[in-house]
Design a binder for this molecule. Structure first.
Ligand SMILES: [Zn+2]
Length: 396
């Protein structure tokens, strides 16, 4: 039995109490024969650790020398920047991914869904590198992997074979996609790319997670097709669409209709809250029963110098872009970062109640909404009842 007693903590900023964990799970009371390790909480707030539902750890230059970006305005230009940065990297891709994901753990992330580029320019190096990083972080971070065809599968010969190999050999949990109609040069409903993805999902049991940046009909067409094909293939609950910039621009009535369609297909969505006009209206979507996760997206990569893989900061950005003002609105942002991602990844919620995973972080502060605004240091990060980070550094 591995038992730990975390003394003098304040779950969600409430009264001071103790949290007890046995074998990775919170318990109401420790068994009589437990000989717990004792960790002093010092009256700090305990909050759930967070889930990054969309991050690209293979592309990052985090911890590497500063990379100066040239202007870029189209997807092909950004993709060319990825390849250039990939060729300039200073170490193995597993090292790069580990550096970023280890940092995320110290900021209170318990799990990630990580997209890694799969294209002839890299082969499966991203998939292998992510696996190495995930193995090194076992017990500290849960990693779901997505083989992401950033360069397209119709426009880039060889990409489909690599995706197929990743799925067939069970090297990844999910296969990704990108703008089937707009970027990948397919027909208006994107069926060429979707034929491949759904074929892989049905044949090899992989999840799907499709990047959809296209707006207007170029985005909505494939989105509707995705919903229909998900139902036809019986893949409800196994398909995610990320970004979905065609949704925030819809008037309310049309948004409701599309949300109903997606909910009926059990499709989940992720947002990275990039701006007020591109952030998903997550409350309206959740009201229809949709699962919505929050993520970092690229972190200090060729696309953008910004990002830090800190999901508490991402909750803050979600509050900023959605104009959060009330305590409830700010708390909603924290909950999306914690529970939204857990639901999307199929993990139990870390809600600090008996029976929940003993996954939480400790911060100095007054209450959750104030924490979302002030972003205090993560003093302690606990995963499965064990301290995995302290004062911003990994433990063990
Ligand atoms: Zn992405």
């Amino acid at each position: 039995m591995h038992a730990t007693l975390f003394r003098q903590v304040r779950p969600f900023g409430g009264p001071v109490t103790d949290l007890a964990a046995v074998d990775g799970v919170l318990v109401a009371e420790l068994p009589d024969d437990a000989r717990p390790a004792v960790v002093e909480g010092g009256g700090r707030i305990a909050l759930p650790t967070l889930v990054d539902a969309h991050i690209h750890p293979d592309k990052t230059a985090w911890g590497e020398p500063w990379y100066s970006r040239r202007p870029a305005g189209s997807l092909p230009e950004y993709v060319a920047g990825d390849v250039e940065l990939y060729r300039r990297r200073t170490g193995p891709i597993g090292e790069r991914a580990h550096r970023l994901l280890a940092h995320a753990v110290t900021r209170g992330t318990r799990a990630v869904r990580a997209h890694v580029d799969v294209a002839p320019a890299y082969g499966l190096a991203g998939v292998t590198g992510l696996r190495e990083a995930a193995d090194r972080l076992a017990g500290k971070l849960d990693v779901q992997s997505v083989a992401f065809p950033q360069h397209g599968v119709v426009r880039t010969p060889g990409a489909a074979d690599l995706l197929t190999e990743a799925a067939r050999e069970h090297l990844v949990d999910a296969v990704g996609g990108i703008d089937p109609a707009g970027f990948d040069g397919g027909s208006a409903d994107g069926r060429e790319q979707l034929d491949l993805l759904f074929g892989l999902a049905e044949r090899y049991g992989v999840l799907l997670d499709v990047h959809l940046h296209d707006r207007g009909a170029t985005g909505l067409g494939p989105l509707r097709t995705l919903a229909a094909r998900t139902v036809a293939a019986g893949l409800q609950g196994r398909v995610t669409v990320s970004h979905v910039f065609c949704l925030p621009e819809l008037p309310d009535g049309e948004l409701d209709a599309v949300a109903e369609l997606l909910a009926g297909a059990g499709i989940a969505l992720t947002t990275v809250a990039p701006s007020a006009h591109q952030v998903l209206p997550f409350r309206a979507l959740q009201a229809h029963g949709l699962r919505v996760g929050l993520g970092s997206d690229g972190v200090r990569d060729s696309w953008s110098p910004f990002g830090n893989a800190d999901m508490l900061h991402r909750a803050h950005l979600l509050g900023w872009t959605t104009d959060a003002r009330t305590d409830q609105e700010l708390t909603d942002c924290l909950e999306l970062a914690a529970h939204g991602g857990a639901d999307l990844l199929g993990l139990p919620r870390a809600d600090l109640t008996p029976g929940a995973p003993a996954d939480f972080l400790l911060v100095d502060g007054e209450c959750p909404p104030q924490v979302v605004v002030d972003l205090p240091e993560r003093e302690l990060v606990v995963k499965a009842g064990r301290v995995v980070a302290e004062h911003g550094a990994l433990v063990g």
